[in-house]
Design a binder for this molecule. Structure first.
Ligand code: FAD
Length: 498
């Protein structure tokens, strides 16, 4: 008893001399002076919440389940990333890399009062002597890199949507319109420099830390912050013409449109072809029901795209538009450009994602009916179902076991985005339920067993590890690597591997 009292007295004595009369509990609520302590150690800048740039810097597509930050460190160099991680560890502050700001998983909300390590200033491109690879900074958005490479006569796979951060997309695999020709974004990664949780830097490639290289491509948000990567690049096509054909159909054409997609898949989907369908309410075209909006994107001139465009032009439609342009104009032709209608804060998004092998027209009708009913209510009227069918030739040429990317046979990505204004928090539970009901209708119709498989970058965070990271052996391997490279779980905010 005496001994206990003695220790207690000593401890209090020590604390009172440090705090000179303040309540020691302040320790738990005090924040270090980030600008004064971290500022001199880095060449980048630090934004605090009272900065006029704060709102823009923290803007996200998904406004629900947002991570909360006490500061944004706009790093300019790899050393800045290292110093910021060491500083955060010293003060037990959680941190998160920020690239494009499009992460939508609910798990990000677990970051509270953290440091955002924004890589957006780190946009460098250095074509290597061989002309087939380029050293890239981690801060590129997909569209920015597309334009930067085009200016030096090159191209590579980037996210289809131009406002996504390339690193965030790539670490989950990464889908884009060039994947049929060159593979997923992650398939084009040759080497990365990764700042891990203790602030040290690892080179990661097929030759060095090969186990981590495997994990980085598909499960890559779990291990560190990419400070640089070497990526494969390809010569720009001499004939740089892209064909984009857009059609809008009324709901009664749903079975016909999706059955045609299946016929197309059966008879080979060329590497140059991507088609993306949205089911959405556009009252100007149909005041009563959601419509089906289709974009056919072809890497080539109209005569090469014609066999595919023709199939859909022949169907009775309520709108059509056919465009030809350069690769750098694709974002505008598809409305997926940075700052465009798909690249701004949307509200609270409840995503019910699923990956599929084929379309089941009956299940699509069931999903459509639920969606149509839900979105008849004003609260959910801005929702949309996004159904993407990318080409898979070069993706499937990579052996399944080479990367952490799950089953490469899925060629259809569905994101059911049930959206309501962020202020209507009471709509959250219903939004979540509706997105799951639509997803479940598609899953039942798919004939797949178990639970719906999900692309990690479309996951809501409510799925199991197997749904996101695949079969048992993949999850087990990722768990072992997580213990090895992130033993303290510092990178546990984006669909974490436990
Ligand atoms: C409008 C929209 C369009 C989309 N289009 C596509 C598409 O065309 N193709 C596709 O495959 N997916 C697409 N997605 C999904 C997209 O892949 C994910 O949202 C992804 O997380 C986006 O990354 P970001 O950098 O933009 O977001 P951020 O929120 O900046 O990053 C997401 C997460 O990635 C990690 N991260 C970011 N940078 C680094 C880094 N340097 N090192 C380590 N970790 C890092 C962090 O964990 C971060 O929380 C889209 C999503 C939206 C909302």
């Amino acid at each position: 008893m005496e001994a206990v009292l003695y220790v207690g007295t000593l401890a209090l004595g020590a604390i009172s001399s440090v705090f000179s009369g303040q309540n020691p509990l302040n320790l738990y609520f005090s924040t270090p002076n980030i600008t004064a302590e971290l500022g001199p150690l880095i060449s980048g800048t630090i934004l605090l919440p009272d900065d006029t740039r704060w709102v823009n810097a923290t803007a996200r597509w998904q406004e629900h389940a947002a991570p909360s930050y006490r500061a944004i460190v706009e790093v300019a160099t790899e050393k800045d990333i290292q110093e910021t991680i060491r500083f955060a560890n010293l003060h037990s502050i959680p941190f998160l890399a920020l690239g494009g700001g499009h992460g939508m998983t609910n798990t990000l909300a677990k970051l509270k009062g953290g440091l955002a390590i924004s890589t957006r200033r780190m946009k460098t491109v250095e074509l290597r002597k061989d002309g087939t690879t380029a050293k890239l900074g981690p801060g590129w958005k997909s569209g920015e890199l597309l334009h930067a490479l085009d200016a030096i006569g090159k191209r590579t796979v980037t996210g289809y949507c131009e406002c996504t951060g390339l690193a965030g997309v790539m670490l989950g695999g990464g889908h884009g319109v060039l994947q049929g020709e060159y593979g997923l974004i992650a398939d084009n990664l040759v080497e990365a420099r990764l700042v891990i949780g203790d602030g040290s830097v690892l080179t990661v490639s097929e030759q060095t830390n090969a186990d981590l290289f495997w994990a980085l491509r598909g499960g890559g948000h779990n291990f560190g912050i990419v400070s640089e990567f070497v990526h494969k690049v390809y010569d720009k096509k001499v004939d740089d013409r892209w064909t984009v054909a857009s059609f809008i159909y009324s709901e009664d054409k749903l079975e016909d449109v999706f059955s045609t997609f299946n016929a197309l898949e059966d008879h080979s989907h060329p590497a140059e072809l991507t088609y993306q369908t949205s089911i959405v309410r556009l009252p100007d075209f149909d005041p009563n029901n959601a419509i089906i909006s289709l974009s056919i994107v072809y890497d080539g001139p109209p005569d090469q795209a014609e066999p595919y465009v023709k199939l859909f032009r022949e169907k009775e439609h309520i709108f059509s538009q056919e465009q030809v342009g350069k690769y750098t104009q694709l974002g505008v032709m598809t409305s997926l450009y940075d700052g465009g209608p798909f690249c701004r804060p949307f509200g609270a998004i409840h995503v019910g994602p699923i990956s599929l092998y084929t379309y089941n027209a009956t299940a699509m009708r069931e999903a459509y009916s639920i969606f149509n009913k839900v979105t008849a209510e004003d609260t959910f009227a801005r929702s949309f179902m996004l159904i993407e069918s990318y080409s898979m030739q070069a993706v499937q040429a990579v052996p399944e076991e080479n990367t952490a990317v799950i089953d490469r046979a899925y060629n259809i990505l569905v994101g059911n985005f049930i959206i309501h204004p962020i202020a209507f928090a009471e709509a959250d539970a219903r939004g979540r339920e509706y997105s799951h009901r639509i997803r479940d209708a598609l899953f039942i119709g798919s004939g797949m067993k178990g639970d719906p498989p999900v692309y990690v970058n479309y996951a809501s965070g409510l799925e199991t590890e197997n749904q996101i990271y695949g079969e048992g052996w993949r999850v087990e391997k990722l768990k072992k690597l997580k213990k090895k490279y992130d033993p303290k779980g510092l990178f546990n905010f984006y669909n974490p591997i436990s």
